[in-house]
Ligand binder design. Sequence first.
Ligand code: G4P
Length: 538
Amino acid sequence: MSSIVEQPASGPARSLAQEVARRRTFAIISHPDAGKTTLTEKLLLYAGAVELAGAVRSRGNQRHATSDWMLMEQERGISITATALEMEYHGYHINLLDTPGHQDFSEDTYRTLMAVDSAVMVLDSAKGIEPQTEKLFHVCRMRGIPILTFINKMDHEGRAPLELLDEIERILGIGTAALNWPIGSGDQFQGVYDLRGGRVLRFERTLRNQSRAPVKVAGLDDPELAGLIGEGPQRALKEDVDLLAGVGGAFDHARFLKGEITPVFFGSALNNFGVEPFLDSLLELAPAPGPRETDRGFIEPSDKETTGFIFKIQANMDPRHRDRMAFLRICSGHFQTGMAVNHTRLGKSIRLARVYRLFGRDRESIDEAFPGDVVGVVSPGHFAIGDTITTGGPIGFPGIPRFAPENFAVIMNTEISRYKQFNKGLLQLEEEGATQVLYSPHSTRREPILAVVGALQFDVVMARLKDEYGVDARLERLSYTLARWITNPGNPPARLILPRNVLQCTDSRDRPVLLFQSAWELRYTQEENPKVVFSDVG
Ligand code: G4P
């Protein structure tokens, strides 16, 4: 039984507003190992995207997801690059944007979260809130996007459900409203009670991919309930639910949309338990694409002007197509392939002729897209992260956050004959946001310096230079831990008073950057140069 409103079946004449209303664009956030990949796979299964689900985790290599398309990702079992998955379900058009799980790639995740309208937070019932969950939660909060919570692994011995709700409220500072409640846990886990629908969904351990039909009961005192789950569990369930009612926690959709409370669901992704009702609730509760803030005020998704922004660039996604794909989130209007759009940063009109729907490394040409959709655009040299396109006048969306680099290394090209490829590789990887490239004009060393947020990014740059550009390079780590850009309007002060170990650099756009080994050095520099404006991002 589904609580979602079935959307009109496909037909010739869906209006732009109907297309918007049936779209749900979200990402799953979690600490590694909480079950994001498993849940993604199961959501795809329920949405009927069976082939896609099979591909998310291929047989024989349990840790490999299709969205982990780079060799390095496969080897290490980490998802580095975010991709978009698209599916149709009960008339809804779902865009699920994949986010890298590893914290060294959080910048990529942050950009992806700019492109979604809601997020699903997956927790491990035994671990509760973990460091990466907390970080990602705060980005969603900054963006004000609504968050649904799925507490996973209920088939394992976990923490008490009330304690988990309390932890979410305490650590994340968001209200909770449980929409289903577990009956027992670990070995004794029997299923969940749907608090809104008054239904019992029973967990079946042996029949893996089958689920028993939910049983509607008259209430928590219904003798039929005791027959279903036993008298003891019935009493415990009733006590928990009474306690819940006592601590508030009622679900208020408007507060959820404002990001003030999170609806909480319990289940087990691995056992397919609770995933289908969760998907139904997600579609019912999560918002369709809404108005987006721009420098011209809010723009409605059903506006006739087509707008969108680039949140990610990826080169060489597929060795068969050595090109660069820009990921475009459509924010308003009816996007049509081949349409001429104004490129705000370049101040010129361009025609978008090569537009694709993406799934991991696969691509398929499309003719049109609607707000909420993420499409891949191939347009050599035209796009950088944060660029906007529009069929109207120039437009800007709020800036995509950048992170301050914390790891630095000199990169040396070991083959002089591959000099051109080395430079091209670095340039392209920088445009993708995979690294920043700095130069130290005053030092005796002329090699470029890579500046990254997480150290694993170095490995990605090196592996990609080799695979995609045929360049062997060597890295020498530097002991700097902080970078500050000098962002004084006009000319920065000519003379700076600096501690001895500070390295003066310029970035690839010739802007001055200082590298520090410690917070003390930075503080000293700020105190000695009060007229200088320092910024932690370029
Ligand atoms: P991630 O993407 O968030 O990193 O997590 P992933 O889905 O890869 O799941 C991490 C581990 O947790 C996997 O086990 C997975 O099978 C297990 N898992 C996911 N959901 C559940 C659940 O509902 N119950 C239980 N008991 N386990 C669950 P693994 O042994 O690390 O890997 P694998 O060999 O099973 O792939």
